[in-house]
Design a protein around this ligand. Structure first.
Ligand code: ADP
Ligand code: ZN
Length: 433
């Protein structure tokens, strides 16, 4: 189902006109209302008057996560404080959190973009949505909640955790759709198997999963264990929360709600716009927000745009699923490695569970050493040691050929790697870089 055909299937040229008009407005408002942006624009000698086409966005300044941290908590507010009705923050594990302050109109934008997102995953007013994204300052729970209600579906506001209760509710209330992080979806599936619950016999048939990177193979795993269609959804607190982009039934790239969030792909090293189809850093401008609108926000997420029209009829540009983040990228002995590459390789290997941790250390010789801890399937573990050793050597060889670096593989018993109710932590970097 397409939630808003008027905007999602809009003629591309007409959409560009709309984007341009909103971009000019935004540049003007930010210059007038936010000293940070005024200083930046004046410093560059540019402003709304220099924007004649969408390509002119390159004349406008970027915004970075560090800017947001410095301006914490209210430095980016672009409207009177009394118009704010809700606030969210990112987890802020590496410093001050980043803040998004929403006016009533901003919440409406969020409802709209999340309704489009869940509809892309097949949600209709007849669905019972079990929402296991965390509620609170985190945007996941409230975002999915707003979207499902806007469609008119029934929402079970579970939040994350208490897996036994999740499974009880899933059975007793007949949830038809699941929303949570992909790692939590897998964890719940494991717990269900343990408790002898056959998820495939339950009415749960669709899911929208995001907030962390996951792979095509992880999708297959989730789809198989639940007997459902699993859709990737993407977003970030700074821009709105979840609802920035989403997969449709084609499951081939994520449609960006680009009438609301104008996307660019830049070379992270030079800041220059890259030609369509080249992989780089994703940048967003919030075209219509009022509370804390952002100009050219550098997400640090790596992807590329898919320009071809989609079979679903939406005309919005698509992005490939996220490859990783510029700041998650591990540089190991000079080689760039994304955790997603390791995950991808791992899924090809029979006998392992999709549970792993990458531990990076700097050894005695000041060389980076990588240990990959991987869970082994129960049936393999009870096998004699010879089989295990063979599996270990096989994984090591595959990693070497796929990543061009040597990885020490440690096989661990089933259920020993810590499960996450929210975003999974896949990398432990012990190097003091
Ligand atoms: P925090 O994790 O700091 O609380 P957010 O919840 O706003 O902040 O996280 C946003 C980030 O999560 C994105 O910039 C991106 O790196 C990651 N993310 C969100 N959705 C996806 C997805 N579907 N695939 C890959 N990464 C995602
Ligand atoms: Zn589509």
């Amino acid at each position: 189902m397409i939630f808003n055909p008027e905007y999602e299937c809009m003629d591309r040229e007409a959409r560009k006109k709309l984007q341009l008009a909103n971009l000019k407005n935004l540049a003007e408002t930010l210059h007038e209302k936010v000293p940070f942006y005024r200083d930046k624009m004046d410093g560059l000698g540019t402003g709304a008057a220099d924007i004649h086409s969408l390509a002119d966005i390159e004349k406008l300044p970027f915004t970075t996560k560090d800017d947001l941290r410095e301006l914490y908590p209210h430095g980016l507010l672009a409207c009177p404080k009394d118009r704010i009705v809700e606030v969210h923050m990112s987890s802020g594990t590496t410093g001050k959190p980043v803040v998004d302050e929403y006016t009533k109109k901003d919440i409406d934008i969020w409802r709209e973009s999340m309704a489009r997102t869940l509809a892309g995953g097949g949600c209709t007013k007849d669905d019972i949505v079990q929402n296991c994204y965390g509620y609170g300052l985190f945007t996941g729970g409230p975002g999915a909640h707003y979207g499902a209600m806007t469609i008119g579906a029934e929402v079970l506001p579970m939040s994350s955790g208490n897996t036994a209760r999740q499974l009880m509710v899933m059975q007793d209330f007949g949830s038809t759709m699941l929303t949570c992080t992909p790692s939590y979806a897998l964890y719940m599936a494991e717990e269900a198997a343990e408790a002898g619950i056959d998820l495939r016999k339950l009415p749960i048939r669709k899911g929208c999963f995001g907030a962390e990177p996951w792979s095509e193979n992880m999708r297959k795993e989730i789809e198989e264990r639940y007997g459902m269609k699993a859709h990737d959804i993407y977003g970030l607190t700074e821009i709105i929360g979840p609802g920035v982009s989403f997969e449709c039934e084609a499951q081939n790239g994520l449609h960006i709600n680009e009438d609301l969030f104008y996307p660019e792909i830049i070379d992270p090293a030079t800041g220059k716009t890259l030609p369509l189809g080249e992989k780089g850093e994703l940048v967003f401008t919030t075209l219509t927000k009022e509370g804390t609108p952002l100009l050219r926000y550098r997400t640090r997420d790596i992807t590329y745009f898919i320009g071809e029209p989609c079979s679903c009829g939406r005309t919005t540009i698509r992005m490939h699923r996220i490859f990783g983040r510029t700041d998650d990228m591990l540089i190991i002995r000079g080689v760039n490695v994304f955790p997603s590459q390791i995950e991808h390789a791992l899924f090809e290997i029979e006998g392992t569970e999709p549970q792993y941790v990458i531990v990076v250390d700097r050894g005695a010789a000041h060389l980076d050493e990588v240990e990959l801890q991987v869970e082994v399937k129960q049936e393999f573990f009870s096998d004699e040691t010879k089989g295990l050793e063979g599996l270990r050597a096989r994984i090591q060889n595959i990693m070497k050929s796929k990543l061009q670096i040597a990885v020490r593989v440690k096989l661990v018993e089933p259920k020993t790697i810590e499960r996450s109710m929210g975003k999974a932590k896949r990398v432990v970097d012990n190097r003091k870089l």
